[in-house]
Design a protein around this ligand. Structure first.
Ligand SMILES: [Zn+2]
Length: 391
């Protein structure tokens, strides 16, 4: 449906630079298409789900046009929608309120599919407005519900924390907490590598190769699930214990590591940050992002002296001005806390508290503050609806 809609829109744009409205597009690729022999099978699929797919396409186009015209909030580049591949894309189908029903016996009724057995991971906090069924590479189907939830503001605390993305550890907190990469994750990754080796030994096109591929996909899914579960535990604890959480912006760190290791690490880091932002919005906490040019590893957190760049191998150093010894990551976390706090206390351009010198460009960028809490609580991500468990 997405590809059919995209083809029609591309053709119209090529022909006379026109943009087809959603209604006209639906008539062309759903109503009219059903009458052709080629697309007669569309009658067997829920119209509601077909329309959802076209709405996604429309949203993708809107995102592109907004970005081109500079209307997009937060800027950033957005490309034109591209055709989806049956092999590479995430296979999913979405039903709006009219397309599904939850039965009294716990089964999920989907339009034109029927009653489906569900293993519920948790109770839905309210009536869902839509459900997306996703097929993962391990061959498992997941149901992800979008639910409206009012923010559940936790009692206010005095504690605030800065977090440094660790190089040898996962992360270091300004209060001295070290979050280590868990051992079970490393074990799971070892199993994954073994499964991959086995797959590479199987003959192409053979039945054994197909079996080995599913094994690899299952091992991948296990690693992803385990990591996600672990991240939920970490982020929940941080949100529960702190009123404000300050993080460094991504990307500049991790030079000197392999390209693959870096991408895996960064992906885990952005999930960590997204979870913190979602939970902060929901539970009334503050997240401050310190700009990536902030020299968190060069400043002395005790006296504010800028001691100069430190090679990655340098794990501990002593301040040249005040002679205080520092653990590299803990010092960086303390600097991130100070920079984030300074920005929160002082209006942009206003006076900065004495003690920590913060270059102008190092002002934190704010995301997910109290102001947005109500909004964020009402608009859960479509694909992350199940992402924020209760504390
Ligand atoms: Zn110092």
């Amino acid at each position: 449906m997405f590809n059919d809609g995209l083809a029609v829109r591309k053709a119209a744009w090529r022909a006379d630079r026109s943009r087809i409205a959603l209604g006209a597009l639906a008539k062309a690729v759903i109503t009219d298409a059903k009458r052709t022999a080629e697309r007669a099978w569309l009658a067997a699929v829920s119209v509601d789900a077909l329309q959802s797919s076209l709405r996604d396409l429309d949203a993708a186009y809107r995102g592109f046009f907004d970005a081109v015209s500079g209307k997009r909030r937060g800027g950033g580049r957005v490309g034109l929608p591209v055709f989806k591949s049956r092999k590479e894309s995430r296979q999913s189908i979405r039903f709006s309120r009219n397309g599904f029903r939850i039965r009294g016996n716990g089964k999920l009724n989907l339009a034109k599919i029927g009653d489906v057995r569900v293993r519920w991971s948790r109770k839905l906090p309210a009536d869902p407005s839509s459900v997306t069924i996703v097929l993962d590479p391990a061959g498992r189907y997941h149901a992800s519900f979008v639910v409206d939830v009012a923010p559940d503001v936790l009692p206010e605390l005095d504690a605030e924390v800065g977090i440094d993305l660790g190089l040898t550890t996962y992360a270091v907190l300004s209060d001295g907490t070290v979050i280590d990469n868990p051992r079970f994750l490393r074990k799971a990754e070892k199993r994954l590598k073994a499964a991959q080796r086995e797959l590479s030994r199987k003959a192409k096109g053979s039945k054994n190769r197909a079996k080995a591929r599913i094994k690899v996909a299952r091992a991948h899914a296990k690693v992803a699930d385990t990591r996600k579960d672990w991240l939920h535990k970490q982020t929940t604890r941080i949100i529960r214990e702190n009123q404000a959480i300050y993080l460094e912006d991504l990307n500049v760190r991790g030079l000197g590591r392999g390209l693959l290791a870096k991408s895996v690490h960064d992906a885990a880091w952005s999930t960590f940050r997204r979870m913190l932002e979602e939970k902060a919005a929901r539970y009334g906490r503050h997240i401050g992002i310190v700009h990536r040019t902030f020299p968190s590893s060069q400043l002395c957190s005790a006296c504010g002296h800028r001691d100069g760049p430190k090679p990655l191998a340098v794990r501990t150093w002593t301040c040249g001005a005040c002679a205080v010894p520092h653990d590299r990551d803990l010092n960086a976390a303390r600097n991130i806390l100070a920079a984030g706090r300074a920005d929160r206390l002082n209006a942009p351009g206003g006076p900065v508290r004495p003690g920590v010198a913060i270059p102008h460009r190092a002002r934190p960028v704010e995301r997910g503050t109290h102001r947005n809490a109500a909004d964020a609580g009402r608009k859960p991500r479509a694909d992350g609806a199940a992402g924020v468990p209760a504390l």
